[in-house]
Design a protein around this ligand. Structure first.
Ligand code: 3PG
Ligand code: MG
Length: 420
């Protein structure tokens, strides 16, 4: 069987001074969480993009950084949509000015070799969301190399993640994108066994594809949070007023059967922490999972489950972690996810974690340094685990084929403001 074509890497282009004086467009994922005061709540994604940016700067390229932030309306960026805080943070981290450029689609701005600019929120451009090839052709006309280092946005087929990769004179993966694909690909393709996957979070419905794919690959599937509640209910257990999805009971039962057919197993908590309401001042009670009263809800796993799970994780060869076990944002229900984070960190297994809530838990419990690979992807991480081809990666692979051709530029693109 023919192997899947690989993608080109920035390092290949940066050799032998080839980037000197080149106009390099780096699509990064600077979609960072913002605090109430407008500051950056977590700059992990910005720091993760620095190696690619530094490589281009040191290679003497004129560096143009692009990203989306949030989900603004095209042609109508508001004050809350600006990448200005990201430009300021980049300038601090790089120790050099990083000017923010608005209205950049036509390429009418200056950037000297060895300097970097940040292009304002690409989702402000008309045609971005629709993956418009005319917008791509317009941007492609003033760049020499397109670098995709935005793994977090790789599941989106948008102009700067997909069409531009096809239209640019040359296209490659940045070091972050390459590291993510290498790390996640390796964990799924040839994992040290047992492979244990933890899938927590609120809903089976948002992660059904992942659960189904993992059911065919893992040795132990650990369900947590509302997802575990749906599996418990599917087994006919009492879940009281817990968050669960009645419509997904059959789907959950099928996932469990699929695991059982392979001799793999579904891990569910034997004891839980319940309360009458989900609040920071609620009092949790530890109960057997089989004894959840009608008026109470499951908000965390209990101490016996924490210990059992730590044993499963200590014996694992590979751990893939996405999602919390309980409502860890509230102190009375944080113990399960804390114990999980510590057990993943302590395990000799090769550990991989990803997803917004998971990153927040890793930060809250201070275990980031002891997890082997922490992905910057949320939705992209999940879609990768589902086994789906990410559109941005597909485009990079297409450009690595020997007969790769640029998409022919088509009519002039007008980035007009939306009519009032
Ligand atoms: C993310 O935060 O998961 C990525 O940046 C993608 O953002 P989106 O869900 O708004 O496309
Ligand atoms: Mg380890």
């Amino acid at each position: 069987m023919m192997g899947t074509p690989a993608f080109l890497r920035l390092e290949d282009f940066a050799r032998d001074g080839r980037l000197r004086g080149q106009r390099v467009f780096i699509r990064a994922d600077f979609n960072v969480p913002l605090a109430a005061d407008g500051g950056i709540a977590d700059d992990s994604r910005i720091r993760a993009a620095l190696p690619g940016i530094r490589l281009c700067l040191q290679s003497g390229a004129a560096v143009m950084l692009a990203s989306h932030l949030g989900r603004p309306r095209e042609g109508a960026l508001g004050a809350q949509d600006t990448l200005a805080p990201v430009a300021a943070r980049l300038a601090e981290l790089l120790g050099r000015p990083v000017p923010l450029v608005c209205d950049w689609v036509g390429g009418a701005f200056e950037v000297a070799p060895g300097d970097a600019v940040l292009l304002e929120n690409c989702r402000g451009n008309r045609g971005e969301k629709a993956d418009d090839p005319r917008l791509a052709a317009c941007i492609a006309s003033w760049i020499d190399l397109y670098v995709n280092d935005a793994f977090g946005a790789a599941h989106r087929a948008e102009c700067t993640t997909h069409a531009l990769a096809l239209a640019a004179p040359a296209a490659c993966a940045g070091p972050l994108m390459a590291a993510e694909l290498d790390a996640l690909g390796h964990a799924l393709a040839g994992p040290a066994r047992p492979l244990v996957a933890i899938v927590g979070g609120a809903k089976v419905s948002t992660k059904l594809g992942v659960l189904e794919t993992l059911a065919d690959r893992v040795d132990v599937l650990v369900a947590g949070g509302g997802i575990a509640n749906t599996f418990l209910a599917a087994r006919g257990g009492p879940v009281g007023t817990s968050l669960f999805e009645p419509a997904l009971l059959d789907a959950a039962a099928r996932v469990e059967q699929r695991l059982a057919r392979r001799g793999a197993r579904l891990w569910l908590p034997e004891d839980v922490v319940t309360a009458g309401r989900c609040a920071a001042d609620a009092r949790g009670t530890v109960r057997a999972t089989s004894a959840v009263p009608p008026g109470e809800m499951i908000l965390d796993v209990g101490p016996a489950s924490r210990a059992a799970l730590a044993g499963v994780l200590a014996a694992a060869g590979t751990i893939v972690w996405n999602g919390p076990l309980g409502v860890f944002e509230l102190a009375p229900f944080a113990a399960g996810t804390r114990a999980l984070a510590e057990a993943v960190a302590a395990s000799p297994a090769h550990s991989i974690a990803g997803g917004g809530d998971t990153l927040a838990a890793i930060a809250a419990f201070g275990v980031g340094e002891r997890i082997d690979y922490v992905s910057t992807g949320g939705g992209a991480f999940l879609e990768f685990l589902e086994g789906r081809e990410l559109p941005a990666v597909a485009a990079l692979r297409a450009r690595a084929l020997p007969n790769s051709r640029r998409i022919v530029p088509v009519p002039r693109f007008e980035n007009e403001p939306e009519a009032a």
